[in-house]
Design a protein around this ligand. Structure first.
Ligand code: GTP
Ligand code: MG
Length: 136
């Protein structure tokens, strides 16, 4: 099976959507949460995590938003979980996301789109090391 790194972004925590979003993940068959932490992210951690976007016009506002309050970081393990959590999340732009998806049900703003999920096995390995260096 696979593992993926998920962040419930500061907007999700501020709006009281942690239980709702975790519930959607936790109730999928054959998936389990194997690490979980509430944490306010330091600039250095965010630069590692979103380094691929450095220099893009949305980078600085994204950094500021992601540091604006605590996030919930977690690792989910299970069958096709990388593709699966991205499918639950919906596309980056919440207005383009279908109802039934997390972004489609709760979002309107591209930056404040509630959830991050690793986009490949390589990203998942890299991102899990950033947030949970002790995880085997
Ligand atoms: P993540 O799971 O957070 O990485 O989202 P993603 O993979 O769906 O999108 P991507 O990696 O391309 O962008 C990272 C984050 O930057 C997005 O989730 C948004 O919060 C933000 N972002 C991406 N593109 C834009 C954009 O065009 N405008 C703005 N304002 N924010 C953007
Ligand atoms: Mg991404």
């Amino acid at each position: 099976s696979q593992r993926t790194l998920v962040l419930l972004k500061p907007d999700a925590v501020r709006r009281g959507l942690v239980g709702e979003i975790l519930g959607r993940i936790e109730t999928k068959a054959n998936w389990q949460i194997v690490a979980l932490e509430l944490r306010t992210l330091e600039r250095e951690v965010l630069e590692q995590h979103y380094g691929e976007h450095m220099g893009k016009p949305f980078y600085e506002p994204l950094m500021e938003f992601m540091a604006s309050g605590p996030v919930v970081a977690l690792v989910v393990k299970g069958e096709r979980v990388i593709e699966g959590v991205r499918a639950l999340a919906g596309p980056t732009d919440p207005i383009a996301a279908a109802p039934g998806s997390i972004r489609g049900d709760f979002g309107t703003i591209v930056r404040e789109n509630l959830i991050h999920a690793s986009d490949s096995e390589e990203s998942a390995e890299r991102e899990m090391k950033i947030f949970f260096p002790g995880l085997a």
